[in-house]
Design a protein around this ligand. Sequence first.
Ligand SMILES: C[S@@+](CC[C@H](N)C(=O)[O-])C[C@H]1O[C@@H](n2cnc3c(N)ncnc32)[C@H](O)[C@@H]1O
Length: 251
Amino acid sequence: MNGYGALAEVYEWLISEAKLAPAEFAASFDDVLRLLPSGARVLDCSCGTGQLAVGLAGRGMQVVAADASEAMVRRTAELAEEFGAPVRTVRADWQELPEHLEEETFDMVFCVGNSLHHAEGARERVAALESMSRLLRRGGRLVLTSRTWELVRARGSRLDISDRLVRRNGRDAVVVYRWEIAPDWEDEHHIEIAITQVDPDGSVLVRSELLSSWPYRHDELDDELRRVGLQPETSTFDPEAENYTVVAVKG
Ligand SMILES: C[S@@+](CC[C@H](N)C(=O)[O-])C[C@H]1O[C@@H](n2cnc3c(N)ncnc32)[C@H](O)[C@@H]1O
C-alpha cells in the first residue's frame, strides 16, 4: 500500500484551489449528485484530506469517508470536526471495505482524484473495483476520476517542476513531480513528489514521498468495470485531455 504519510501533512499544496473548499469540491460533481435521493448514502473510498466527504455531508448526505492511509483518515476527521459535518471515517484498504461496511447499501461510491492507479496491477485493481461494486445497491453508481495514463506514459520519465510558487495557509512551496515510467504498462511505475516550503525567513522544509503506481488504459478500465457488474454509463475520456471521469451503474 502506498504511504501518503508524509504527503498527508502538506496535501493542500498538491490539490487545486477549487478542491480546497468542501462545498466547491462537491459541486464539481453536481451532474451526478442531482441523481441522488435526499439523505443518500455515499462513500468516498479514497478520501484523502476529506474535502469531498465534508462537502457531501454539507449537502445532507450520509457520508462514510475511507482511506488506506491513517494520516489521511485523521485529517478527514479533523476537517469534518472543523466544519461540524457528520462524516463517519474508516481506515481501510479498498479490499477491506466490505469487512467494515454493509454491502449493497450505498447510492454512490466515489473513487476520485487519481487514486485507483495505486492498486497493485490489474488483479488488485479488479479486486478493488469489485469491493466498490459490492457496496453499491442495485442502480447505485461508482464515480471515478482518473489521469489519462495513455498521455502520461507517452511523455516518458521526466521531472515536472512547478513554474510558480504554490501558496497555501500563507506559506509558499515549490512542487516537484518525478515520473518514473516503466517499460511496460503492467510494470510498477513510480511517482516521487516533493514539496519544498520556502519561508520568508529563508528556512526551507522539504517533504517528499515515493509512490508506486500501476497505470491502466481507459479501455482496460471499461472492461474491468463490466467484469465486476458495473455498466459504464458516461465517460469524459479524451486521449488529448489530462483527466477523465467515468460513471458506472451497478446492474
Ligand atoms: C491522489 S490521493 C487522492 C485523494 C482525494 N480523493 C483527492 O481527490 O484529493 C490518493 C488517495 O488514495 C489513497 N489510497 C491509495 N491506495 C489505497 C488503497 N489501496 N485503498 C484505499 N485508499 C488508497 C491514498 O492514501 C490517498 O489518500
